[in-house]
Design a protein around this ligand. Structure first.
Ligand code: PMT
Length: 413
């Protein structure tokens, strides 16, 4: 599990209530801990019917709490557990949240460690309801959820599927990766890009030859997806325009495209009111001049096939024209994939495409550019500033770029 910058040094209060889905919270507590968070777990009495405090202590390396009057320990500033836990937390996440606990939280009852802590906490509250049968649709549960949402709680909607009882419906706790994504979104609400709309492109475009073949490149989309996640972690609203099918970061609006023409249309539409556009996609400069409607067949005497390629539109040049007319998107960040004279070619693209920032990567380096998990880039600013970054994961490269985007947008305010 890769470290998550947003979670570093954060204390999260994970409250587990009495649902069979409580077992999923163990994996969540483990992943949060591996990602760098300090996870304090509270179990209700009903949760302990399904799972033990020891299980959570084993994966978090910290005490798990069950009783209202037990000593807080762990250097907390008070011997009363609920106040100490509540004061330290960046987020109180109730996962899974039963109908009973939702009702108690909505009503402000305070009869156990979780509900007393919830009243003492000043941090954001996240609830992930999970319940069997038709319980989630019951008006009493709907009212509890609405009350909590109306008070600002972050509600993770349960998924639809099969329950432990064998019945089907809405009420299943989402899987760990989804829960983790929602926790990131809840924590990101105070981030530097809060209220900002960021559009990111990812992947290599596919230019059709016939119904089964296309011309493309080696872009995996990893750099673009990492940028989308970094923008979400900074609190932005994110639209991800992509040619590939990697897991979409939780909270991103996903727009699937294939060709450069389709990406151009999507970029112009979605960046028309965006604060920033980040073009990490590897857009094919050329496409087959004609697309065969049927699969091209080889004849017995065919020695080869000649494809005529024509120029694709340059998306960033079209964005430049849109920006000159409308002022949107406010900021534009491009990439340069270079195999020689990296700086010279990158400088020329920065100016020709009127970019605020250009991220230059040498795609011939074995540990940078296409497909891998790392990249080594130089950030070129419109004012001539150059910032070479060391070899980093694509996640950390993305966070450095998003820091620069946030600074550019803050300078506009
Ligand atoms: O996806 P990964 O496997 O993680 O790899 C990441 C990456 C190497 C693809 C990424 O880091 C990268 O460099 N993306 C840009 C690749 C590229 O198309 O570079 P370019 O030098 O050909 O284009 C310069 C800029 O113009 C790019 O921002 C590109 O999106 C844009 N462009 C290019 C052609 C075109 N017709 N329209 C464009 O807008």
């Amino acid at each position: 599990m890769e470290a998550i910058t947003l979670l570093q040094g954060k204390r999260l209060l994970l409250a587990v209530t009495g649902s069979i889905a409580a077992y999923k919270s163990v994996d969540l507590a483990s992943k949060l801990t591996q990602a760098g968070a300090q996870v304090d777990v509270i179990l209700t009495a009903a949760a302990q019917a399904f799972i033990t405090p020891l299980t959570f202590e084993a994966v978090t390396g910290r005490p798990a709490y069950t009783a209202l009057w037990e000593s807080a320990g762990g250097g907390l500033p008070t011997h009363i557990a609920h106040v100490g836990l509540a004061e330290a937390a960046a987020l109180l996440a109730v996962i899974p949240a039963t109908a009973n606990t939702l009702a108690k939280l909505a009503a402000g009852l305070a009869d156990d460690l979780l509900t007393v802590t919830a009243l003492a906490a000043r941090c954001p509250l996240l609830v992930a309801p999970a319940m069997d049968g038709g319980m989630y649709a019951h008006p009493a549960v709907v009212a509890s959820v609405q009350t909590l949402a109306g008070r600002g709680a972050y509600v993770v909607a349960p998924e639809t599927g099969r329950f432990a009882s064998g019945l089907s419906g809405q009420g299943r706790l989402p899987e760990t990766a989804t829960l983790l994504g929602h926790i990131r979104l809840a924590l990101a609400q105070a981030g530097p890009l809060r209220g900002r709309q960021i559009v990111v492109t990812a992947g290599g475009t596919r230019e059709a030859i016939d119904p089964v073949r296309f011309v493309s490149n080696h872009s995996s989309g990893k750099q673009g997806y990492a940028l989308a996640q970094a923008a979400l972690d900074a609190g932005a609203t994110v639209t991800l325009i992509s040619t590939v099918g990697l897991p979409v970061p939780v909270g991103a609006q996903f727009v699937a495209v294939d060709s450069a023409a389709a990406m151009l249309a999507a970029v112009l539409e979605h960046s028309a009111r965006a604060d920033a556009l980040i073009m990490a996609a590897a857009v094919a400069d050329f496409r087959p001049g004609t697309v065969a409607t049927q699969k091209i067949k080889k004849q017995e005497d065919t020695a080869g096939l000649t494809l005529e390629l024509v120029r694709n539109p340059d998306i960033l040049l079209q964005v430049k024209a849109q920006r000159e007319q409308t002022g949107w998107p406010r900021r534009v960040i491009g990439f340069a994939a270079e195999s020689e004279q990296v700086l010279a070619h990158a400088q020329s693209k920065l100016h020709r495409k009127a970019l605020d920032l250009l991220v230059a990567n040498d795609i011939t380096a074995p540990d940078a550019g296409f497909a891998g998990d790392t990249n080594r880039v130089i950030l070129l600013a419109a004012d001539g500033g150059q910032t070479p970054l060391p070899l980093l994961s694509k996640t950390l490269v993305s966070e450095a770029i998003i820091d620069r985007v946030a600074a550019l947008l803050a300078a506009d305010a």
